[in-house]
Design a protein around this ligand. Sequence first.
Ligand SMILES: [Zn+2]
Length: 407
Amino acid sequence: MLKNYTLTNIGQLMGILPKETMLLKGEEMGHINALHNAFVEVVDGKIHAYGIMDNCPETDQQIVNMHGDWLMPGFVDSHTHMVFASSRHNEYVMRLQGKTYEDIAAEGGGILNSAKKLQAMDADTLYKKALKYAEEAIAGGTLALEIKSGYGLSVEAELKMLRVVKRLKNELPISIKATFLGAHAFPAEYKSNHQGYIDLIINEMLPVIAKEHLADYIDVFCDKGFFSVEETTQILTAAAALGLQPKIHGNELGLTGGVQTAVDNNALSVDHLEHLSDVEINYLLNSNTMPVILPGSSFFLKIPYAPGRRMIDAGLPVCVASDFNPGSSPHHNLWFTWSLACLYNGLLPAEAFNALTINGAYALGLSETHGSIAVGKNACFIQTRAFESINEIPYWFAQSHAKKVWY
Ligand SMILES: [Zn+2]
């Protein structure tokens, strides 16, 4: 891709924020700063200057006339499980026939099914599959990405997954963060020996991950039927000693203490939140933990949606992500996620835009380089056609509006 260029005649340049803005919360989320008829000058892959066309400087570098097209910061997808062996369409049919996600998990399906298939697949095949999904996501406007492990559930397979993510980080032109999710589910052989598996995570997996720098974050599925608050805390304490900050799966299946555990352990984010009372909302208000909502999995599993409206009205920041995974959210189209967040989580289009950009960047520790238009930030943009208003974008649901991506 080009590293030095000037984009001119941008119909609307959206998502301009002061460089020091790390996230937006409450009422702030309802505003998008934009310039009409603008330019952006990119030098060395960074935003060097921007403004209205009247102030566009003379330049020797390549000029690309946008002819009124719109430009926005690339989406940041802060929650995906992009490395997996195969789809779970059989379980999809089981659910259509009336079984619940929990029924399927109890019968050895679900995450354990994905783990069995991933354990049997070689790293190169896994890499090629994930690469294809990542390239599709990039073409759709996802220009920074998190990828979790968690379908290995053995020392060997978890490390294999994280090494695949490391290869993706090295090969792809966008920022990728790796999250270790060995505590995604208890393998069948540890069903009645939870401590045995936790010991395996703490004593066998974490030291290698730390030594080889295979993960940026640690995640635990802290919920009913998965890891208890005590079990989660034990794992997070061991990870903290190795410098791994948590991002937690919490409050998807009930009010089970996931939010409190995340905040108490200084988590960067707590994700899902389909079940949220005022107690959790107040807990989050006094923290630096970003609440992340995942409407794709609510849509696909037909479970309640996280109360995004209530969260923003209470003054919280909200981030939205795809949760791309084969069991509960087989999609990585953040345009569709944008529409779902508006229709079912109660966000307004501008709020969902900020949730997918600057707040997504915060949830990956990337606010200094991603998520908004600011001098010095990475030049990663989505070019779309011109719309009548930003509100029109999520209205056209289930389609990508990325005409071209710049990174
Ligand atoms: Zn997830």
